[in-house]
Design a protein around this ligand. Structure first.
Ligand code: NAP
Length: 505
């Protein structure tokens, strides 16, 4: 596909600005051919205006037609074939196999939302019929359902160029809900973004949807994202990325004349608690699997296990020895961008300077290798820097003197996307208090598994208390993600002919 490097707004390619940037080959760190032009304020305003116009039509489109549109997007992404995988691999250094899996996940997500909205119950109809004879006052007819909230601004992360990007879970759920989407392309994979944007454009034409229902805007400077959030026609923001980025956009959105909800899914250190029996009886297998989870995708997952919590007992040292051995077998890795590599190496440098830490692996210097340090829980509490996300294949082992200290340490942790408990049946029988504490801290608690690998399923909860997200009541993965972009609406005393079909019962 010949790329333009332009914004896609109202079905056309536009680039009125003068600020440009190139996509970069993530492996060689050399610029790629296409020059991308950053969106101007006027273009961002136009995208929001046409999104609002499109909303008037798109929000009224039948669930069946909308489902057809989502399936057409999935089919058009599939039709991009190997060129999409090759392009994404050049921009991200992710392997073809990983990207093929991600493409399938993206397609499955779109189809799953299509199936979901074909069942009219998805709008959660509540029919509360009138009772004209009620005393002392007659009761009105009240009917509630979920309606789309309006145009949504979506920001994707660098580490999922397909599944959390242009047609990823946020876009799929917003479009399924009936909301137009303006997507801010991630500058780490703008070519991939344009290709998927073109697939959506083709699906719009095929499904005869209003062209303003989707826009793709480019930008390498924060101005673009900030200006997008301030567009008065936008009614919600979905963000996946760093804490810094998510919090900055959240702060902007709440200061708008009309504050809007921001669903920011941010970083997390995903504590893994290894209980005594497991450290002793499942040492080899647990160490191997945990090392696999830490290094998966060069550690570039928001669910990466960045913290391991254990009690100080005889089996702890041998477990950590085994884990160190597994991690040290890894080969140097390539990260998504030079900036992410630099932040990883800086994060490690910072961790190694914290008082009380014991490095369990050598300083990787300028290479991207796994990293592991150990610190006593009481020292970690004195320097919470040790608990900050270092995005990459690194982890910190926190050693507590006893179970009370372990639980008390967990209770001081910030909100997380996940926590994991590894234990034998005996360990788990006695883990009631720990489970209670962790339940208050996370969105998903894993037992005898690993946090990486987020299943796309109706029951999935991918979110959690602040600062892992800005709204613990919602998920960005799974079908209930759709309700971030709807709001409850009540029709009072409407004659049947005026009611939406979903409420005519
Ligand atoms: P990022 O740097 O925050 O970028 C995400 C997007 O937000 C980009 O489009 C970026 O555009 C924009 N942005 C960031 N800061 C901004 C600001 N201050 N103002 C306006 N726009 C801003 O994140 P990333 O490096 O791509 O992703 C890595 C992070 O994402 C890790 O922390 C990881 O844990 C997290 N993550 C979370 C999840 C989850 O589901 N919770 C999933 C995947 C990744 P610019 O680059 O143009 O600034």
């Amino acid at each position: 596909m010949k790329l333009t490097g332009k914004q896609i707004i109202n079905g056309t390619f536009v680039a009125g600005g003068t600020d440009t940037f190139n996509a970069v080959n993530a492996t060689s760190n050399t610029p790629l051919e296409t020059v991308f032009t950053e969106a101007t304020d006027v273009e961002l305003g136009n995208a929001a205006d046409v999104a609002l116009e499109a909303f008037k039509v798109y929000s009224k489109v039948s669930h069946t037609q909308r489902a057809g549109f989502l399936r057409n997007i999935a089919a058009e992404i599939d039709a991009l074939g190997d060129e999409l995988i090759e392009t994404a691999s050049i921009e991200t250094a992710l392997t073809h196999d990983r990207l093929k899996g991600e493409r399938q996940r993206t397609i499955n997500q779109l189809n799953a939302f299509a199936n979901f909205i074909e069942n009219p119950d998805w709008v959660k109809p509540i029919i509360d019929k009138a009772d004209p004879d009620r005393k002392p006052l007659p009761k009105p007819d009240l009917r509630q359902m979920q309606i789309p909230i309006g145009p949504v601004g979506v920001f994707g992360a660098s580490n999922f160029p397909l599944a959390f990007s242009v047609a990823g879970g946020d876009t799929a759920s917003a479009l399924a809900a009936g909301c137009p989407v303006i997507f801010k392309a991630h500058p780490a994979h703008p070519s991939t973004c344009e290709m998927v944007g073109v697939a959506i454009l083709r699906a719009i034409e095929k499904s005869k949807m209003p062209p303003g229902v989707f826009a793709l805007v480019h930008g390498k400077s924060n101005r673009i994202g900030s200006t997008l959030v301030m567009q008065s026609n936008l009614k919600a923001i979905a963000f996946t990325g760093s804490f810094k980025g998510g919090k900055a956009l959240y702060d902007l959105a709440v200061r708008r004349k009309e504050p809007i909800p921001v669903y920011a899914e941010m970083g997390s250190v995903n504590p893994v608690i290894i209980l005594s029996g497991a450290a002793k009886e499942k040492r080899e297998a647990t160490a191997k699997q945990l090392a696999g989870s830490i290094t998966l995708g060069a550690g570039q997952f928001c669910t990466n296990p960045g913290v391991i919590v254990m009690k100080d007992e005889s089996d702890t040292t041998s477990f950590l020895d085994k884990l160190t051995e597994e991690l040290s077998a890894a080969q140097p890795m390539t990260m998504l961008t030079q900036t992410i590599s630099k932040s990883y190496l800086n994060g490690i440098k910072q961790q190694r300077s914290i008082a009380g830490i014991t490095p369990l692996l050598a300083d990787p210097k300028d290479r991207i290798l796994p990293h592991l340090i150990m610190i006593k829980a009481q020292d970690a509490l004195k320097n919470t820097l040790v608990l900050e996300e270092v995005f990459g294949p690194s982890s910190v082992a926190i050693i507590s003197n006893n179970m009370d200290e372990l639980i008390s340490f967990c209770s001081t942790m910030d909100g997380q996307l996940t926590a994991t408990i590894i234990g034998t049946d005996d360990d788990l029988q006695n883990a009631g208090e720990l489970i209670q504490v962790l339940t208050s801290k996370v969105g998903r608690l894993v037992v005898n598994g690993y946090p990486t690998g987020v299943e796309v399923s109706p029951a999935m909860m991918h979110g959690g208390p602040y600062p892992s997200t800005t709204d613990p009541r919602s998920t960005s993965v799974g079908l209930t993600a759709i309700y971030r972009f709807t709001r409850p609406f009540c029709y009072q005393n409407f004659p049947t002919f005026l009611l939406p079909e979903d409420l005519r019962k």
